[in-house]
Design a protein around this ligand. Sequence first.
Ligand SMILES: Nc1nc2c(ncn2[C@@H]2O[C@H](COP(=O)(O)OP(=O)(O)OP(=O)(O)O)[C@@H](O)[C@H]2O)c(=O)[nH]1
Ligand SMILES: C[S@@+](CC[C@H](N)C(=O)[O-])C[C@H]1O[C@@H](n2cnc3c(N)ncnc32)[C@H](O)[C@@H]1O
Ligand code: SF4
Ligand code: SF4
Length: 342
Amino acid sequence: MMTEPLADDFGREETGALSDDFGREVTGVRISLTDRCNFDCIYCHNEGLGDTRGPMEPEDDEMTADEVVRFLEVVEEYGVRKAKFTGGEPMLRGDLEEIVRRTPDSMETSLTTNGTFLPGRAEALREAGLERVNVSQDALDPEAFAEITKSGAYDRVLEGVDAALDAGLDPVKLNMVVFEHTAGYVEDMVYHVAENEGLQLQLIEYMPELTGRPEWSIDIQRVHDWLADIADRIEHREMHDRKRYFVNGGMIEIVDPVENEEFCANCGRVRVTHEGYLKGCLNRNDDLRPMGEMSREEIREAYEETVANRVPYYGEYLKKNGSGEYEINERYIEAPKSTTSD
Ligand SMILES: Nc1nc2c(ncn2[C@@H]2O[C@H](COP(=O)(O)OP(=O)(O)OP(=O)(O)O)[C@@H](O)[C@H]2O)c(=O)[nH]1
Ligand SMILES: C[S@@+](CC[C@H](N)C(=O)[O-])C[C@H]1O[C@@H](n2cnc3c(N)ncnc32)[C@H](O)[C@@H]1O
Ligand code: SF4
Ligand code: SF4
């Protein structure tokens, strides 16, 4: 089947974006607003920061709204045109609407959430300037959902998806982690998004790097092959070189970062932890860089250094040895380039 390149969806027009030594421009930031969560998904990587379990109350170490906005204003100077808010559960932040409202207008603003707090807040988020939302929904089955998320909030999540659609936060991407516990629900989800306007599906390959349990992984190539057979059309997204399959009018995107050098070679995002550390790669915790007291000058310095030190995880930070297995490139063991935290 013909695969068509997609129009640039990653804002690589003349933005003045910084590039790393591997020619990867950074045009997006992904900000964790908290590492607290009301779910306890069995697979959760928490954006590479460890366990989400713990108290639900706001914590002192979280960046304030002012700090988040200052950071966004600074990286806007560097051509960043996409801001993604995530967590933990970002909707546990009562000031999310304020943060979204104060996000620079030049940025496409989106949110990844478990959906439970969207009823009652989706409208206000839309009014504040949020453009779209990704909602995690791993199955169309309340029992499987409860087993995976350790929560009984299935109906509430469905209400959240409806609230987002009603508020015009579309397309709503349903995020489904594909692993042993969900593989049997992929087909249902594919037809679910085909039948429901405004929905898209994002099938995320289970990443065992930070969570352990490699035995839960399934071969994502099988899902690609099945979709390629039934798809009317296939596109490539510039971000991460992700594939998008169109089935009966529904769009299904596969996020397959595990041992995927092409994915890392097309990675143009810097992450920020809820505590205000810059992070060049989801899978690493040895490249965290504090932004000090978050003065504009400190943010600029830390951001420039972070971009300059980014390396593709698969293919450079990890390299294949003689037996074809990935191991840490000696360069990054001998000369760590950053302050290490946790
Ligand atoms: N390894 C790796 N995984 C990623 C990366 N970006 C996204 N993912 C995986 O995909 C999950 C879902 O991403 P989302 O926050 O919903 O958004 P997205 O797909 O990155 O972005 P949009 O499709 O533009 O909304 C993440 O939590 C990761 O598990 C990345 O740069 N590296
Ligand atoms: C860490 S959550 C944070 C936002 C929000 N709490 C949510 O669940 O959507 C962001 C995304 O990461 C995905 N995710 C978490 N752990 C993962 C893993 N081990 N492998 C692949 N994706 C994972 C989740 O499914 C979710 O879509
Ligand atoms: S809802 Fe999101 S942050 Fe919370 S445990 Fe699940 S994947 Fe992790
Ligand atoms: S370098 Fe690879 S693993 Fe790291 S954040 Fe980018 S795509 Fe993910």
